[in-house]
Ligand binder design. Sequence first.
Ligand SMILES: [Zn+2]
Length: 298
Amino acid sequence: MGTKIIPYNNGEILEWRWWSDNKLISFQLFASCFLIDGLLVDANAPGSELDLRKWVKNIGGKNHINSCFLTHFHEDHAGGAPILKEDFDIPIYATPLTIPHLKNGYKYRFYRKIYWGRSGQKPVDVEPVKGPIITKSGKYSFELFPMPGHSPDLTALIDKKNQIAFVGDAIMYKYGYTFGGSSPDLYEDISQIYKSQKSLYKITEGMDNLQIFVAHVGMINRNFVAEKMKEIEDLHAKAHKIQKELIDSGYKNQNKIVKKIVKRIWRKGELFQFKILSMGEISRANLVATLLKWSLDT
Ligand SMILES: [Zn+2]
């Protein structure tokens, strides 16, 4: 296991990163949660429990956590919530869309256990929140901003006055694969992801100092969001263009078409290690399938 604390704005915001050191991991990925004025945004993964407990116990003073908001139900965001509630009596908040997923907890597949811990997502009582979240000292007021796509319940927090946003997994470092396929609980809709990013970009227009905090990435600015939108637009256009060429040259089988598109867009083709380990939950083919589902004129 590894942990790292990254301070922003002279320590006003802290990012707490945690990662698993399982030997089966060939591609390292960390999970993060963020602390601002007593408000913890997300709660990291189930495997982080012991480390999270230590950290929460040790932070006092102005950083003492008095509430936690979950951006969405995924285990690498909600996994630490049960101990925050049980051991520290910290109330856990989320929108009504997230709550049913966490009521009874859930199990997940082997590869997610390697990354996020064996225990699965334990049940946790979450209180619904609809209005703005005001932090301990009253300095920050975050409005809830729905950003579905990565998951249907994903909700970002935005403080327009202070130009700070926490967006969970609404933005990824790079778009080369998505969740989907055989996955019962994880499905990413790329057109929704794109539309959510576009609305974030729009409502933050003119905020030149906007700091956007993203799980698995860190801090980004609005230009990064614009870059990601462009990246998705290009992939969208490419996938449809290649599909048309293949259909025109006689291809009929949709699975074959998707496979061909994967090979044409990415030189190395499918991420086999990932695809096999995740039993198809994560793949480039999933991304192509969701790009093709999204028609060119919307
Ligand atoms: Zn997620």
